[in-house]
Design a protein around this ligand. Structure first.
Ligand SMILES: Nc1nc2c(c(=O)[nH]1)N[C@H]1C(S)=C(S)[C@@H](COP(=O)(O)O)O[C@H]1N2
Ligand SMILES: [Mo]
Length: 318
């Protein structure tokens, strides 16, 4: 590959879109389900041991329960998007190469005082809880999972952004030797980055995740720290965060850089605004072999719609 900086439209479609992985994921589920492999293959491999492992399970916060069935771990832990580990159907296995300890989070930009903190020190200092959240990928599949973590608001209180900070950007690692997807796709704008407004980050629903199913987060879910923003499409929920930067200018995220016609900054879930290549009106429920209607803000409008008052001219939906 000679051309290092390609434009989004120059990237073959099957590489430039999460849909390519969706297809692989579906093929995997169909094949594995038929062969009974999902149940036979056992739990994900152990994480790197960490002093905060014993803090699990976190107490469930009853304010965040849900009317849907939880999606089984055997399904969600095999059906992952994590481009650092490729686009094939065995991302979850490739991701076991991720080294999650030691792991440091750098907090930078428009804050009172920039700092670094070890992930276990951060986890120990934060108010930990479990929440049941829906999750809606832009590829039109969904799941319902019990995330363990802490409110992003609690992290903001610790990071102390200046009033001039309007956005918070979160970056993933770059290590092409550990993560084969980064070696294969050298023209992608690594690191994977996502950003939200500080106001969104302060919303009760914005959740930083350190575990799932009452246990430390398996690597393929984006250990040791990932985001969960249940009212936005899944690509906003960045995995394996190691840098958090506060800024006054809107960052351009990984997918926006690759394919801005399809993936924008706000990316709030809206069944009435189709993706350029598919409808967003319904979603496939992972593991249930059925489609259900997608809800505005993925059903979380009551908590988040107010964030977007006065922003109606923005492209709020994808
Ligand atoms: N660092 C990083 N974060 C990421 C991604 C990725 O490729 N790399 N994929 C995103 C997409 S498209 C989705 S749908 C979710 C998938 O989360 P899951 O594998 O835990 O279901 O992670 C998001 N966060
Ligand atoms: Mo996604």
């Amino acid at each position: 590959m000679n051309v290092i900086h390609r434009k989004g439209w120059e990237i073959p479609e099957n590489q430039a879109t999460p849909e390519a992985v969706a297809m692989n994921r579906r093929a995997l589920l169909a094949g594995a389900g038929a062969a009974g492999l999902l149940l036979a293959s056992g739990p994900a491999r152990a994480n790197d041991p960490a002093p905060t492992d014993a803090l699990h399970p976190y107490p469930r916060n009853p304010a965040y329960t849900i009317e849907r069935e939880l999606t089984p771990e055997a399904i969600t832990s095999r059906y992952n998007n994590f481009y650092e580990f490729g686009t094939s159907k065995n991302i979850w296995q490739a991701a076991q190469a991720l080294k999650t300890r030691p792991w440091t989070i750098k907090v930078e930009g428009l804050v009172e005082k920039p700092f670094e903190i070890g992930i276990d020190d951060l986890i120990a200092a934060m108010p930990r809880e479990e929440r049941l959240y829906r999750f809606r990928c832009v590829e039109a599949w969904s799941m319902t999972v019990p995330w363990s973590g802490f409110p992003m608001k609690a992290f903001l209180d610790r990071a102390k952004p200046l009033s001039s900070a309007k956005y918070v950007r979160m970056d993933t690692f770059v290590d092409a030797r550990m993560a084969p997807g980064q070696a294969q796709n050298i023209f992608y704008p690594w690191p994977y980055q996502e950003a939200i407004t500080v106001a969104e980050a302060a919303n009760d629903l914005a959740f930083l995740v350190t575990g799932i199913y009452g246990k430390p987060l398996p690597k393929q879910f984006g250990a040791p720290l990932r985001l969960a923003l249940p009212w936005k499409y899944g690509f906003k929920s960045v995995k394996s965060i190691n840098r958090i930067v506060f800024t006054d200018t809107r960052p351009k995220s990984f997918w926006e850089t690759l394919q801005s016609a399809e993936y924008g900054f706000w990316a709030n879930v809206n069944p009435e605004v189709a993706h350029p290549r598919w409808s967003q009106a319904t979603e496939e429920v992972l593991g249930e072999n059925r489609r259900i209607p997608t809800q505005l803000f993925n059903g979380y409008g009551e908590q988040v719609a107010g964030l977007y008052k006065g922003l109606e001219k923005e492209r709020l939906w994808a």
